[in-house]
Write a new protein. Structure first.
Length: 183
């Protein structure tokens, strides 16, 4: 969602031909500058073949009337990486709900997360950031849920569980609660 930062589309595009590079901006002059510069940047890369295929198939520049529209678009895209290259990146960041990693400010390119600043580089791709997070230490920890009801709390939530068990066609589940409730 940059407005006024240098084009970095080729950084994401060089991963593979299926990679997406998307710029969302409210500045038509900046959009035109990036569009004009992409070819030059791609031509200078040793990875130009892959990056060019990616940009041609999946690169896009989206112009919005206001950057206030950008978070909704970013959330719908649920991208692996989101760079917010604005004067006040935190304002837009507060509205981002679906992204693998978010890079704040004009001096925070995605590549620093790849190599030196991020907790990892294993992030959700293909819009999976809608329901998944990047790999973390929690993925290597075994967790167990603990649930405890007393007679009063089971009396409050038990009828709902009975109704759900009945709706699923699992009468033994329902009966295990009914017995405890004296029904």
């Amino acid at each position: 969602m940059p407005t006024g930062s240098p084009p970095t589309c080729s950084a994401s595009a060089e991963h593979d031909p299926a990679a997406q590079s998307i710029l969302i901006t409210d500045d038509p002059v900046f959009a035109d500058t990036v569009a004009d510069r992409v070819g030059v940047e791609l031509a200078m890369l040793p990875t130009a073949r892959t990056a060019s295929e990616s940009w041609k198939a999946h690169g896009v520049i989206i112009e919005v009337a206001s950057l206030d529209e950008a978070p909704a678009l970013a959330n719908a895209l649920a991208a692996e990486h989101v760079e917010i290259a604005t004067d006040d990146p935190e304002a837009l960041f507060r509205q981002i709900r679906h992204a693998g990693s978010v890079f704040l400010g004009r001096h925070t390119p995605e590549a620093v997360g790849d190599y030196v600043a991020g907790p990892n580089h294993v992030l959700p791709t293909g819009r999976r950031a809608r329901f998944s997070s990047g790999l973390s230490v929690l993925d290597f920890m075994k967790r167990t849920s603990f649930i405890q009801c007393d007679a009063k709390s089971l009396g409050k939530i038990g009828p709902a569980a009975i109704a759900l068990a009945d709706a699923e066609g699992l009468p033994a589940h329902a009966r295990s609660i009914e017995v405890r409730l004296g029904i």
